[in-house]
Design a protein around this ligand. Structure first.
Ligand SMILES: [Fe+2]
Length: 233
C-alpha cells in the first residue's frame, strides 16, 4: 500500500493519538486546496483549449468531456460535497481524457476493435494526462482523478489496479459519469442506450466497476444529474 493511502486509511487513529498532527494537517490541506483552486482558475481556459484540440481530432468523443463534467458537478451536489472539492472534481472531469492528445490518430480514431498493442497504447492516456497536469502546476488532486478514472472498485482497472477506497474519490465519481455518458451517447458502432439499460448496467457494475454507495446516490438523483442532457442527441 502506498504511504499516502496508508495515511488516508488510518488517519482517524493517527489524529486521535497525535492531535497536533490533525491541526497542522488540516491547515496544510486548507492551504493546498486554496492554492490548487486558485491555479485551477488560471489554467481553466488553457485546459479548455487542449480539450477542444482533442475533440477536433476525435469526433467520437465530441462534447463527451463537457457532459461528464456537467454530470460530475451535479453528482457532487447530490453528495453534498464542499465547493472546493466540487470544483476540483468538476475540472478533473473536464480534463479526464486530456492524455488522449498523446495517442496516435490511427489508434484514437480506429473504428474497429483495438488489438492488444493498440489497447496498451490507449490505456496510457491516463498516465499521459497525469503528466500534463503535473507539468502545468502542482495540480495533484486534479492529476489523481485523471490518472485513476479507469480504475475499478474490484481492482481490475488500470493503470495501477487500485482497489476499493484506495481509488481516489474524484476518480470513483468520474468513472460513473464517464460510463453513463458512454452508454447514453450514440457511437459509430451502436445507437445510444436507453436510460433504463444504462441504469441496469450501472447496477450490474456495483462492487465490480463502481463503489456501490455512489451508484445508489447517482441513481437516486438520476433526474437531477442526467435530466435531459441527452434529449437532443
Ligand atoms: Fe478515459
Amino acid at each position: 500500500m502506498k504511504p499516502q493511502n496508508y495515511f488516508e486509511k488510518h488517519k482517524d487513529k493517527i489524529y486521535e493519538k497525535w492531535p497536533s498532527i490533525a491541526f497542522y494537517s488540516s491547515a496544510v490541506d486548507r492551504t493546498n486546496n486554496f492554492l490548487e483552486n486558485a491555479q485551477l482558475l488560471l489554467y481553466r481556459n488553457a485546459f479548455a483549449a487542449i480539450i477542444a484540440t482533442l475533440e477536433a481530432r476525435d469526433k467520437y468523443t465530441c462534447h463527451h468531456s463537457e457532459r461528464v463534467s456537467i454530470m460530475c458537478e451535479k453528482f457532487c451536489n447530490a453528495l453534498n460535497l464542499p465547493s472546493w472539492q466540487m470544483q476540483i472534481i468538476e475540472v478533473s472531469a473536464t480534463v479526464h481524457d486530456i492524455g488522449k492528445v498523446g495517442i496516435d490518430d490511427s489508434v484514437l480514431n480506429k473504428a474497429g476493435k483495438l488489438n492488444e498493442e493498440e489497447w496498451e497504447q490507449m490505456k496510457k492516456h491516463t498516465i499521459i494526462g497525469e503528466e500534463i497536469l503535473l507539468k502545468a502546476g502542482k495540480l495533484t488532486s486534479l492529476a489523481q482523478g485523471v490518472r485513476s478514472h479507469h480504475e475499478r472498485w474490484n481492482g481490475t482497472g488500470y493503470p495501477d489496479g487500485l482497489k476499493g477506497e484506495d481509488i481516489p474519490y474524484s476518480a470513483r465519481i468520474i468513472a460513473i459519469c464517464d460510463s453513463a455518458d458512454a452508454m447514453m451517447s450514440t457511437r459509430v458502432y451502436r445507437k445510444a442506450l436507453s436510460a433504463d439499460v444504462c441504469k441496469s448496467e450501472l447496477i450490474n457494475g456495483k462492487n465490480i466497476m463502481y463503489q456501490p454507495e455512489l451508484v445508489d446516490v447517482f441513481l437516486d438523483s438520476w433526474e437531477d444529474i442526467v435530466g435531459d442532457l441527452y434529449k437532443d442527441t
